[in-house]
Design a protein around this ligand. Structure first.
Ligand code: NAD
Length: 259
């Protein structure tokens, strides 16, 4: 088996289901040891157990906790470093989606979204960068943006604002961390079939697939492939970029009926 990430430790947030889970699978398949985070402790433990099936050792370990809790994030990344080493790779994937109009918005929902999507991503990246610098690791930080940070999707204003911020974050951190040997990039998925998106919209895959020039909606594995590339030795000279993975959707921005 080809294991280019053997000897590397990856921390992946929000990975009990969906895209983060697919990322953990891909990184573990490439030989990495994976610290899998989710706010839902059962989801984190179940996901780690499923991903370890058929592997020699426990390649994936569960780290349940809320990524918006900065003290918890700092302590956990320190613990990962002490127990497993690294992290050499940090995938700040955890993010929440919230629908609603600007004129009806209230601070509570806005603050929680920003606490997870922006503040959580920012301080996860910071904790990982500090650990990488302390251990002289030429690390990889990958942030999870979205095409809603590029094209406006009705009802997802605050979400899109947070994701545009994440793309700016990748650029800002890349400049500061470049001299330390660390790259920082974002991945911007388009419509991706996950447990959550299917539960919100039963015909999600069909509706979005019909609007994507590539002719199908994303699967989690499409996003995981982009993350794995950015985490690989081949991507050493790529930093501050946002890699859009959307089958070409953002080129036209066409929306399904009823959105
Ligand atoms: N699915 C898509 O179509 C899509 C498109 C563009 C961008 N994204 C982004 O990709 C990332 C993953 O998306 P998804 O659809 O797989 O997510 P999801 O909604 O399925 O959530 C994945 C996991 O994150 C966990 N989580 C939620 N809040 C958390 C927190 N505060 N701390 C730790 N874990 C938390 C959830 O319990 C869940 O198991 C998100 O940042 C999302 O914004 C998704």
């Amino acid at each position: 088996m080809n294991t280019p990430l053997a000897g590397h430790v990856a921390f992946v947030s929000g990975a009990g289901t969906g895209i983060g889970y697919a990322v953990c699978r891909s990184l573990a398949d490439a030989g990495a040891l994976v610290a899998l985070n989710d706010i839902d402790p059962d989801a984190a433990r179940d996901a780690a157990a499923r991903l370890n099936e058929g592997r020699v050792a426990d390649a994936v370990r569960a780290y349940p906790g809320d990524i918006a809790d900065v003290e918890w994030v700092r302590a956990t990344i320190d613990e990962v470093g002490a127990r497993l080493g690294g992290p050499h790779i940090c995938v700040a994937n955890a993010g929440i989606t919230r629908f609603g109009s600007f004129l009806d918005d209230e601070p509570t929902g806005f603050d929680r979204l920003m606490a997870v999507n922006l503040r959580g991503t920012y301080f996860t990246a910071q904790a990982a960068a500090r650990a990488m610098i302390a251990q002289k690791i030429a690390g990889r930080i990958i942030l999870m943006a979205s095409v809603t940070g590029i094209r406006v999707v009705g009802g997802l204003g605050t979400y899109g604002i947070s994701k545009a911020g994440i793309m700016a974050m990748a650029r800002a951190l890349a400049v500061e961390l470049g001299p330390r040997g660390i790259t920082v990039n974002a991945v911007a998925p388009g419509a991706t079939v996950t447990e959550r998106t299917l539960s919100e919209t039963p015909h999600y895959e069909r509706d979005w697939g019909a609007l994507m020039p590539a002719g199908r909606a994303n699967q989690g594995s499409d996003i995981a492939a982009a993350v794995r590339f950015l985490a690989s030795p081949e991507a050493a000279q790529i930093t501050g970029q946002t890699l859009v993975v959307d089958g070409g959707w953002s080129l036209s921005g066409r929306m399904p009926e009823g959105y």
